[in-house]
Design a protein around this ligand. Structure first.
Ligand code: ADP
Ligand code: MG
Length: 698
């Protein structure tokens, strides 16, 4: 039995450790920094560094590392030891405030979208005291932001922190209007539910596609897929359960509130949900969770797949980003109140989110756009590529009532006319029915469900915080100047609901009718990554980021390029892997199989009494035809891949080329390969089948 309270957070330099180990004044100064973002004095930093080092060494650490989140989407670390030589040939273990707060890093080796020329390669990492330092593999990890010496941000943490500040600033302004002068900080919170697959390591090792690209590039459907729906919430197999136990233990030690675990719909698919926390910490913890999942799976002879769509025809993996805003006084701003006057405040925040999502559908879509997620969005299990909002029947009725009842504007109590004196208590079961919606209100939070399983949750939350901050800011401008706050507020709410009602959709998002209906409503349907990303640099988006001090134009353009380049690179690697598999393994295997079949037929013919069956000859003909087609398509893919270099000067054109030419041929090649697999003997096929992989862990 694990004693959870006694191990929880033991590898984290958290509040409790700080309190125990820091002098009172230093502790207070650090806390002020953490809470209010005040800058840190070097004497404080020195003292904190010393305490951290002592603590880390007691726990067996020899090294420390600045831990940062470059634009690769994964985390980066460079370890230095505490060791410092002395005159007498001995060493002491040292760690200064300067080393804690600032580190040098070679920025040119990370994606930088042209911001970092190689001749000026230095970038630096800066301690983010709002996220606790922790211990992993005998190193002290210090969460840091990463930027260039000229001040451009090169990572996913800095803009996230900025967006959190922005949404706080504007929400505080609004709350002042409601007389809440005691609110000084509003925090954006996130709970990120994480889906993943677990397969046997031996199967994984035999699949080049999984190893190099994270997803299967060939693979005929398994005899049994997910049609029986017998995996969802099913009993957890013992190997998986052992894995989950160790994972929980590791995560708890790292102070991560891993809470729920269950089987998902697809065979071999599972989910982990932590308890929500401040967005910045939730982001760091989600990265750590993904890393830990991979490491522990390996220990248990399994492989953890975090790709959005590792298997065709089987549900892909996503991540649900549960988002809310809460005040330093403990109020959740997205929780409907019991009294009508509280409801006005709730409705105003709701209106801000509705306006934000409607006006910036493109940015939300962009924030989840990756080559991997393109295989998932819009297919049967994930939300469609169209961004819309689900409010649930109760809340939509209220929104409708407000829109329809003209007199709502003039009389304070008109909400009563609609039969809703106070807001109903939205229970989860009434608000969470629609799993097809990309953006759903679930009682006291919004759940953004379009995220792919492997991405950092940073970008979606940067967008979310920024667009909501922007809407709140416009609201505050209007309301601060109003003569009669109450009636101005009601008018604003009604107008906003009316103007942005088109974004609300409570129906089934998987249907073709919705695609048509969405088009009629003028909603965007950005079906793939290049189509979405090109809007990143639209003038109004650049202005939005500048206005909210999240990115300058140069930074937006750099990000746009990095994301497009990443898309092209991912497809290039997949195409190369496919060609390799086709030429080195599949073609020779099928050739061998057909050769043996031909031999069998010839030798049967030689014996007059054993005439080859019709079936054998037919199979030989079919397989030979398929193999020819396969070879032709393999060559075509090679040609298409080689031609990509002609488009390399423009990242958008290059990405579009990969989408329209390379990806298309890959699709065709796969179909032929899968047809051959279906008709071949198990013995001859060079890879573990879908069945082998999906049912490999017992
Ligand atoms: P689901 O049905 O989606 O699994 P859960 O109630 O299990 O719903 O919640 C999923 C996630 O939402 C968890 O990570 C949880 O901590 C998080 N969550 C709950 N309340 C909030 C909130 N107010 N703000 C942000 N996240 C929240
Ligand atoms: Mg959920």
């Amino acid at each position: 039995m694990i004693d959870v309270p006694s191990i929880f957070g033991i590898d984290v330099f958290n509040e409790q450790v700080m309190k125990e180990r820091l002098p009172k004044d230093i502790y207070e100064a650090l806390k002020a920094t953490i809470k209010n973002g005040e800058s840190l004095d070097i004497t404080v930093a020195n003292c904190v560094a010393e305490a951290m080092k002592e603590w880390a060494i007691e726990k067996g650490c020899t090294h420390y590392t600045h831990w940062f989140q470059p634009m690769t989407g994964i985390t980066a670390e460079k370890h230095d030891s505490f060791l410092t030589p002395c005159d007498n040939g001995k060493v002491i273990m040292e760690f200064s405030g300067k080393e804690l707060t600032k580190g040098e890093s070679d920025a040119s080796s990370f994606p930088n979208g042209g911001i970092r020329a190689t001749f000026e390669a230095r970038g630096y990492t800066a301690w983010d005291p709002t996220s606790y330092a922790f211990i992993k593999d005998s190193s002290l990890y210090i969460p840091t932001a990463f930027m260039s010496y000229t001040g451009e941000v090169l990572d996913k943490k800095t803009p996230l922190l900025r967006s959190m500040d922005r949404v706080s600033e504007e929400a505080v302004r609004i709350l002042k209007l409601f007389g809440k002068d005691d609110v000084t900080r509003v925090t954006a919170n996130v709970g990120a539910e994480q889906e993943y697959f677990l397969i046997d390591r031996k199967m994984y090792e035999k699949r080049k596609d999984l190893k190099y690209t994270g997803r299967t590039l060939f693979g005929a459907r398994a005899t049994k897929g997910q049609e029986l729906e017998d995996h969802y919430f099913g009993a957890i197999k013992s190997r998986v359960s052992d894995f989950m136990k160790e994972l929980d233990e590791q995560l708890w030690k790292l102070g991560i509130y891993s809470k729920t675990k269950h089987n998902e719909v697809a065979p071999s698919q599972h989910e982990l949900a932590p308890i929500f926390t401040t967005t910045n910490i939730a982001t760091d913890q989600n990265q750590l969770t993904m890393e830990t999942m991979k490491t522990i799976a390996r220990k248990h002879g399994m492989s953890c797949l975090l790709h959005e769509k590792p298997f065709a025809d089987v549900n892909g993996s996503g991540k649900h980003n549960n988002w809310s805003l809460s005040t330093n006084t403990g109020e959740n701003l997205l929780k409907p109140g019991k009294k009508p006057e509280e409801n006005t405040q709730f409705l105003l925040f709701l209106a801000a989110v509705i306006k934000a999502v409607d006006e910036h559908q493109d940015l939300l879509r962009i924030s989840v756009a990756t080559a991997g997620n393109d295989h998932r969005l819009g297919s049967s299990e994930a939300p469609p590529a169209i961004i819309s909002m689900y409010l649930g029947d109760d809340l939509e009725a209220i929104v409708d009532a407000i829109i329809n009842h003209e007199d709502y504007e003039t009389h304070g109590g008109v909400l009563m006319k609609t039969g809703v004196e106070s807001m109903p208590d939205f229970k989860k079961d009434t608000s969470d029915r629609n799993r097809t919606s990309p953006f759903a209100f679930t009682g006291n939070k919004f759940e953004f469900r379009s995220l792919g399983s492997s991405i950092s949750i940073s970008c979606p939350n940067i967008m979310l915080n920024t667009i909501v901050a922007d809407a709140l800011s416009q609201f505050a401008d209007e309301l601060e100047n109003a003569e009669d706050f109450k009636s101005a507020c009601r008018r604003l709410i009604r107008r906003t609901f009316k103007n942005h009602k088109r974004i609300i959709f409570n129906g089934d998002g998987y249907t073709d009718e919705w695609v048509q209906e969405a088009k009629r409503r003028g909603l965007l349907n950005l079906r793939n990554t290049p189509e979405a990303l090109k809007h990143f640099v639209d003038k109004h988006n650049i202005e939005l980021f500048e206005r909210n001090r999240i990115y300058g134009e140069k930074e937006v353009r750099a990000r746009y390029e990095i994301l497009l380049e990443n898309y092209s690179k991912v497809i290039a690697i997949e195409a190369q892997t496919m060609i390799n598999m086709a030429k080195k393994d599949i073609f020779p295997a099928v050739s061998k199989f057909t050769g043996e079949l031909a031999q069998t037929i010839v030798s049967k013919k030689a014996v007059s009494s054993a005439i080859p069956t019709d079936a054998e000859e037919k199979l030989l003909t079919r397989m030979s035809e398929l193999l020819n087609k396969f070879a032709v398509l393999t060559s075509e893919l090679e040609e298409k891949l080689a031609l990509a270099k002609n488009y390399k000067d423009n990242p958008l054109t290059l990405a579009e080329y990969y989408r329209d030419y390379v990806l298309t041929v890959m699709g065709k090649l796969r179909v032929v390969g899968d047809n051959m697999e279906t008709d071949m003997s198990t013995e001859h096929w060079p890879y573990p089948s879908y069945g082998d992989m999906l049912y490999s862990v017992q």
